[in-house]
Design a protein around this ligand. Structure first.
Ligand SMILES: [Zn+2]
Length: 404
């Protein structure tokens, strides 16, 4: 976020001096040992403007003067300025397997506190909200004086109606229905935003890699569930329901098929999702791929990277169905880039098989135009991108010049 602060006013009405203020703040955030004089030279902003803006930033607690001095060949020694990352913080909640994880992040995206709680499979709406309150308290115990908590972002799975702040449903916790996060806002007295994890993850990737704002990007998650998110030229594909790109629930086989966690029959997940594969004895016993019972996708990713799955008939079958589904999704969306996330595609052989299949099968006009990237480490970006709107809103107001 700090690398794009200077664009914070774009798209709205702003004055030139507001733009100067955003640029100066970004410069202080991103430059080690920054001084007023160096900024005057580098940013070509008038000395009086720089000094007035820095004074405002110091008054608002966003910037501090350090005891350090920079001595240049001519003139007075310059005070070294630094950003105060703890001035603004926000809380990010994510669900991972059957855990609720909370972190408190600073404006520089550093994690200050973490707190995790395990939830039972039959947790109710009330039970989930109470857990949110507990993890919130868990990560706000050491907030330093002067630090402002801006809000709570919750990244979720399943059907997520972000506009109405309702978690409609999820296969992971069947008792959760239409959970209203407005109730959490009331209990905390803090703004709460909710989003789908895959969407937030894709937005993070685009934010960090600006070249992809001009492209069509498909993110595919293959883990315990299978899902996707799609952004066309930086804009997410959305629906009024709260779900898109549910490729895990595309029908890939008919009759006699297994029932999916969603209740339907013949979904891709029944052939390829880890929840289905783990429930299958040959995978666990004859081909002992990974220790049964591990629910952490990060840990599973580490295991998948090391093991040979090329001789496993279940993986072979899963891969066959996954590739077919991906091919069909490609024919609908025509992505320029496909990002793979999740433990299965961290396996180099699996990744290679998928890309070879796509290059072989796609029509000639498309096959050489698609880039494939495997991300490792599971859902990490959503933790950060989900809280950007809070920082964005608060800094939009703090980075307007107020006194001249
Ligand atoms: Zn399904």
């Amino acid at each position: 976020m700090i690398s794009t602060l200077q664009q914070i006013h774009q798209g709205k009405r702003y004055r030139l001096k507001d733009q100067d203020k955003a640029q100066i703040y970004q410069e202080i955030c991103t430059t080690p040992r920054c001084s007023r004089k160096a900024m005057i030279r580098k940013l070509q902003i008038r000395p009086t403007t720089v000094s007035k803006i820095v004074r405002e930033l110091i008054e608002d607690g966003l910037v501090e003067e350090t005891p350090e001095r920079l001595q240049e060949s001519r003139g007075r020694a310059q005070v070294v300025l630094r950003a105060n990352p703890d001035r603004l913080t926000a809380i990010s909640l994510t669900v991972q397997a059957r855990q609720l994880r909370a972190v408190r992040l600073t404006i520089t995206e550093e994690v200050r506190e973490r707190y995790t709680e395990s939830l039972s499979p039959d947790v109710s709406n009330e039970g989930f909200l109470e857990a949110c309150l507990r993890v919130y308290r868990g990560v706000t115990r050491e907030v330093i004086p002067g630090s402002e908590i801006l809000g709570v972002a919750v990244s979720l799975v399943g059907t997520v109606d972000g506009a109405r702040k309702r978690w409609v449903s999820t296969a992971r916790w069947r008792n959760i229905q239409n959970l209203d996060f407005g109730l959490l806002e009331q209990s905390l007295g803090q703004p709460v935003l909710i989003n789908r994890m895959q969407d937030a993850e894709l937005l993070y990737f685009i934010q960090k890699n600006p070249a992809y704002r001009e492209k069509n990007v498909l993110l595919v998650h293959w883990g315990f569930g299978i899902g996707a998110s799609y952004a066309s030229r930086g804009k997410l594909l959305e629906s009024t329901v709260g779900r898109t790109c549910e490729i895990g629930h595309m029908r890939v086989s008919s009759s006699l098929a297994r029932q999916c966690q969603c209740g339907a029959y013949g979904c891709l997940e029944t052939e390829a999702a880890l929840w289905a594969l783990q429930g299958n004895t040959p995978l666990g016993e004859n081909h002992s791929l990974f220790t049964q019972g591990i629910l952490d996708e990060e840990e599973l990713g580490r295991q998948f990277r090391e093991i040979d799955v090329s001789v496993n008939p279940l993986i072979e079958n899963a891969l066959k169905h996954f590739c077919m589904a991906l091919y069909n999704v490609h024919q609908v969306l025509y992505p320029d880039t496909v990002l793979f996330l999740g433990p299965v595609t961290e396996n180099p052989w699996v990744f290679q098989e998928i890309t070879q299949f796509m290059r072989r099968e796609l029509p000639s006009y498309a096959k050489d135009r698609v880039e494939y990237l495997a991300l490792s480490g599971g859902f990490q970006g959503c933790i950060r991108s989900s809280v950007y709107p809070f920082f964005q809103r608060r800094l939009e107001s703090l980075l307007k010049v107020r006194s001249f």
